[in-house]
Design a protein around this ligand. Structure first.
Ligand code: PLP
Length: 707
């Protein structure tokens, strides 16, 4: 009946946080079926639970018992501290139940104690009573005559609430965060006041948790953020994870208002719906989705703040909790943003011309956030008239590569790959991380020939080989006797006949080169004294994820100009990133590397700068990077190095000089208190562990490319 204006998207399949159209194009889902698909799409445990239930029994009615509904009632009461539950099929029906319950209770206390006090701009559903309770006349006015007994007050206004609540009040009816009204968060003091007023007037506090409930705000129930427990709580949306179900829960005397015959529903509480809700609660609990919503939600707000500095007319402040966010749109063109975002592969909605709403599934990951914000940035660039093709980063994010595109190639140093190939490696790493590249090297074998200790490099290469379906073997320092028991050339010639890729960690670049020359298989440098190229790819992947388009951004390296610094300064220009280094005299990377990096910078139009004062190098930088002052093999120089690097610690004070939203990186292992302070390692800037994880994805991409 044309009640919806639909977006130009047909969804034929969905998985996790991604929707797919009939052509296989993916769209990141920041709408989640209007804050419904809490555990994402096609979650295997959800699918399995419903499939099994479908084969047992679908519907029986409330005239007989079914176990899933009993289990769900018990689980919900345990988790919320409520006493009883009435199941419904939707949020509006849960609210209808709450209104009926409050009125029956009120009338039993005193005739005329039937008023429901709710807030302006609230939304409680589309039935005739719930549109009346809702504080948005556009939803109720055309449908009069409306039921009486509903009073509206300004939201978050304690005085207005005090003036409206009296002995005729049956219930105060509020959302902890107004959803459809534009993500307006109730102040803790306001909820405290509502709780106290309800108690003082023997009225109920009903909290409509249809949108905020079931983990959306980073706690199971929205009211947990303030701690003011309602007498009645309504749920729907996230509860079924996509299967229609609602619930009205009550405690205390409110739980005993309804008696048989008072209320009912044919479908409500049926075994399919309650099985779906049990699966959702299980998944949220066992997969840590509450803390995920808080952590990923904070990152999302951070990334929105970044966009706000880039596009101040279009993007303003964000608000909300967990993964229920509203974004202010200063120029009032929120609907235009929604349209442009969708054409760039991001689905969200606008609650008004001035507010974007983001309510993605709670399984959203940090890399999904980065991907989504890249798409939003592309949309904003289009809207604000920037030519997309002029922006290198945007072009690079559209690079599509297949495994094997560098088959047979070596990676001894960054300069083995062209700028385009470096962009392609990062694009492949993103596909790897999204789970799209696995088992592309089934049956192949990789050998790790390591003369130095390793945690990240060893585990990431062995893990990456396994994920590609290949197997890996580790050959430690004493096993081969490289160049001692057997010549480098002979080792290379033997291994090349037995394995498909050789991953080498040695001191001397000459040994590495010798191996590469005697092998016909790809040889990968897993760190030598000159470079650590695999690390650098993981680092720029991390920057792309956390800073979005990195072209034109500045990376500042503070500390020893070691092999990691060398690879970073060679890779930065190829990716359009400006590079700065702050180090004491005598600690720059060797002159050949510095000269080559400067040449690359000139070629790619980026800056290469050297500073001796760390705070000056940090000024306005987007990423601050450091590494140990004394690398493997330099231990005898420890005292001299400690003295030389005094004052080069990356501290919170140094981070204050960087650009807003700047990130701190360290390739680990770290000497906290020397090159980096604890405060930075653990502080809001730190992406150190995301960076460590990216070793795995970057290494898998490199292997997938060369194998
Ligand atoms: N209450 C709130 C807070 C809502 O956000 C909604 C839906 O958007 C409803 C009630 C109505 O839920 P339903 O559409 O399932 O009836």
């Amino acid at each position: 009946m044309t009640t919806y204006k639909r977006n130009p998207l047909e969804v034929v399949r969905a998985e996790g946080v991604r929707l797919y159209d009939p052509n296989g194009r993916d769209v990141i889902d920041f709408l989640a079926g209007v804050a419904v698909c809490a555990v994402g799409h096609s979650h295997p445990r959800y699918v399995a639970a419903l499939t099994e239930q479908l084969q047992r029994v679908v519907h029986v009615s409330n005239l007989v018992y079914n176990a899933p509904s009993a289990k769900l009632a018990e689980r919900l009461c345990t988790l919320s501290g409520m006493d009883r539950v009435f199941f419904t099929n939707s949020g509006a029906e849960a609210n209808e139940a709450a209104i009926k319950l409050a009125r029956k209770r009120g009338t039993s206390i005193a005739a005329g104690k039937t008023q429901i006090v709710s807030a302006l701009a609230s939304f409680h559903g589309r039935t005739i009573a719930t549109v009346t309770a809702g504080g948005q006349p556009k939803y109720s006015e055309p449908f009069g005559p409306l039921p009486g007994g509903f009073v509206h007050v300004a939201f978050n206004d304690c005085d207005a609430l005090s003036a409206a609540v009296n002995e005729h009040t049956a219930a105060i009816f509020l959302e902890p965060i107004q959803g459809e009204g534009g993500i307006n968060v109730a102040d803790d003091a306001y909820l405290a006041h509502a709780r106290a007023l309800a108690d003082a007037n023997n009225a109920l506090l009903i909290l409509d948790e249809v949108q905020t409930g079931v983990g959306r705000t980073g706690t199971l129930w929205g009211w947990e953020n303030s701690g003011y427990k309602p007498d009645v709580m309504t749920l729907a949306k996230g509860l079924g994870g996509g299967f229609p179900i609602g619930a009205c829960l009550a405690c205390g005397d409110a739980a005993r208002v309804f008696v048989p015959g008072d209320h009912g529903s044919t479908y409500a509480g049926n075994p399919m719906a309650t099985t779906a809700a049990l699966a959702v609660l299980d998944i949220i609990g066992t997969e840590g989705l509450l803390s995920n919503a808080r952590i990923v939600g904070a990152l999302l707000q951070e990334r929105i703040a970044h966009l706000a500095t880039e596009f101040p007319e279009w993007i303003g402040a964000s608000r909300g909790r967990g993964l229920m966010l509203g974004v202010n749109v200063p120029n009032g063109q929120a609907r235009e943003i929604v349209g442009a975002a969708l054409s760039n592969g991001l689905l969200m909605n606008a609650t008004s011309e001035h507010t974007l709403r983001m309510v993605p599934p709670l399984v959203l990951t940090e890399s999904d956030v980065c991907d989504a914000m890249d798409r939003l940035r592309a949309a904003l660039q289009q809207l604000s008239g920037t030519s997309i093709s002029a922006i290198r980063g945007a072009v690079s994010s559209k690079i599509y590569v297949e495994p094997g595109f560098l088959a047979g190639r070596d990676l001894l140093g960054i300069d083995d790959f062209s700028a385009k190939e470096c962009h392609q490696i990062l694009a492949l790493a993103k596909r790897v991380k999204a789970g799209e590249i696995s088992n592309t090297a089934t049956g192949k074998v990789g050998a790790l020939l390591f003369e130095k200790p390793s945690l990240r490099t060893k585990v990431s290469f062995l893990g990456a080989l396994a994920k590609l379906g290949a197997s890996g073997m580790y050959l430690g320092k004493d096993e081969v006797g490289l160049g001692k028991r057997e010549s480098v050339e002979d080792v290379g010639r033997v291994l090349t006949r037995m394995v498909d890729v050789l991953i080498v960690r040695t001191f001397d670049p000459v040994i590495l080169k010798g191996l590469a020359e005697s092998c016909t298989i790809p040889v990968i440098n897993a760190l030598d004294d000159a470079e650590h190229p695999c690390q650098a790819f993981a680092d720029f992947l991390t920057m792309q994820e956390h800073l979005g388009d990195i072209s034109g951004k500045t990376l500042t390296y503070i500390g020893d100009g070691n092999n990691v610094a060398a690879s970073l300064m060679l890779l930065a220009p190829k990716l359009g990133v400006h590079f700065r280094i702050a180090c004491p005299d005598g600690y720059l990377p060797e002159p050949g590397i510095w000269a080559r990096a400067s040449e690359l910078a000139a070629e790619h139009g980026t800056k290469m700068e050297r500073f001796s004062v760390p705070s000056e190098a940090a000024a306005g930088a987007d990423a601050i990077y450091t590494d140990v002052w004394t690398s493997m093999g330099q231990e005898e120089e420890l005292a001299r190095r400690m003295a030389a690097f005094a004052g080069y610690t990356v501290t919170a004070e140094i981070m204050q000089h960087a650009a807003p939203g700047a990130i701190a990186l360290h390739c680990l292992p770290a000497h906290r208190g020397d090159e980096i302070s604890d405060e930075v390692m653990e502080g809001p800037w730190s992406r150190v562990f995301a960076q460590a994880e990216n070793r795995l994805h970057a290494q898998q991409a490199i292997l997938a490319a060369v194998l």
